[in-house]
Design a protein around this ligand. Structure first.
Ligand code: GLN
Length: 347
């Protein structure tokens, strides 16, 4: 590691520690499989009961940055958690590369809803889902990924694996449990069929969609996946072209306007990066041609977005002037981190 990289790593360590209300482990004998942020994290927000099934803990907080050159800097836990709605962004990219932008645009719109992520809503005139990042649009997008249940899953999984640069796997317990209470998602799928927007079997599409949501990722995986989008579709670790440039740009465009649900406006103002959250506690964001960033902290706010993940991104964006509309020259992250350390203005 160069000095400059050490500064970025130090910055991330200090920020995660500040946001975790962490204390040092009292008992060094205690086995900590993650990189050990513990303590009574008193952040606001609730951990959904589903998240406990894959081992979510109150003190979990992890962050990672991956540059488009494949340089990774991470801090905090590397616990693997379900990516949940973050999968929607990748399913959308896969649908665009499979069918072309024109067709996908005919079926699913690209307008923010200002509604909750699982709202029962179709555009009253076009009968289209408003965007692919709310549940109804994601279910419709999932249906586009193939003609059979199997084909759709294989296509989504192939894209997720290629974006992460390693084979990922669903968390069966989470998947099965979520299916037991999937009435709302079934209702959305039946709404799509009733509106004539979808002909595929509603039960099978929801099953495949929820399986995709349960895929386990660490923050490092997510940072690489975000960097894949930020680099115009090429995985920076493997060099594989996962998405065409058109698809990667479109995914980021919709992430910018719709990725944070009914908090999308606040997010753009405060953070200023295209982003996508999941109820598993993850958030990804990317600065095109620079890097991908990811955070994980399982407590959620009223919008279903990670509370401390949002705080992390607000602070990171402010400290490094990352807002894409800031009107300043983009800086090298490492260099900027070193300056922050030297000036003592780090967290
Ligand atoms: N699997 C969840 C659902 O369909 C995903 C929602 C989310 O992450 N916002 O409700």
């Amino acid at each position: 590691m160069t000095d400059a990289q050490t500064s970025l790593s130090l910055y991330l360590d200090r920020l995660t520690t500040a946001l975790s209300t962490a204390t040092a482990p009292a008992d060094p004998e205690v086995d900590r499989p993650d990189r050990g942020i513990i303590g009574g994290a008193e952040a606001d927000g609730e951990i959904p009961s589903l998240s406990f099934l894959s081992g979510a803990r109150e003190d979990h907080l992890g962050v990672a940055v991956c540059s488009v050159d494949g340089e990774i800097t991470a801090s905090g836990t590397d616990h693997a958690f379900p990516l949940q709605s973050i999968s929607k962004a990748f399913a959308y990219g896969a649908a665009i590369d499979l069918h072309g932008m024109d067709y996908v645009d005919e079926v699913v719109d690209e307008e923010p809803t200002g509604e909750e992520f699982n709202a029962l809503s179709l555009d009253p005139y076009t009968k289209k889902p408003k965007n692919p990042l709310v549940n109804i649009g994601a279910i419709r997008t999932h249906a586009m990924l193939g003609t059979t249940r199997e084909e759709r899953t294989q296509r989504l999984r192939a894209v997720l694996d290629a974006a992460a640069g390693r084979p990922l796997a669903p968390h069966e317990v989470t998947w099965r449990e979520e299916l037991k209470s999937a009435d709302r998602n079934y209702a959305l799928a039946y709404m799509l069929r009733a509106a004539g927007s979808m002909t595929e079997d509603a039960i099978e599409v929801v099953d495949g969609y929820i399986e995709g949501c349960s895929v386990l990722t660490t923050v490092t995986d997510l940072a690489v996946m975000a960097a894949t989008l930020a680099s115009g579709g090429t995985n920076p670790l493997t060099g594989q072209e996962v998405f065409s440039r058109v698809a990667a740009r479109q995914v980021l465009s919709v992430m910018l306007t719709c990725g944070m649900y009914d908090n999308a406006g606040d997010w753009v103002s405060d953070v200023g990066l295209p982003a996508k959250s999941g109820v598993g506690g993850g958030i990804i964001a990317g600065l095109p041609s620079r890097f991908g960033v990811a955070s994980y902290a399982p407590q959620l706010d009223l919008h279903g977005n990670s509370v401390r993940g949002t705080l992390f991104f607000e602070r990171l964006s402010a400290d490094f002037a990352l807002h894409m509309l800031d009107g300043v020259e983009p800086r090298e992250l490492e260099e900027c981190a070193r300056e922050l350390m030297d000036a003592g203005t780090h967290p």
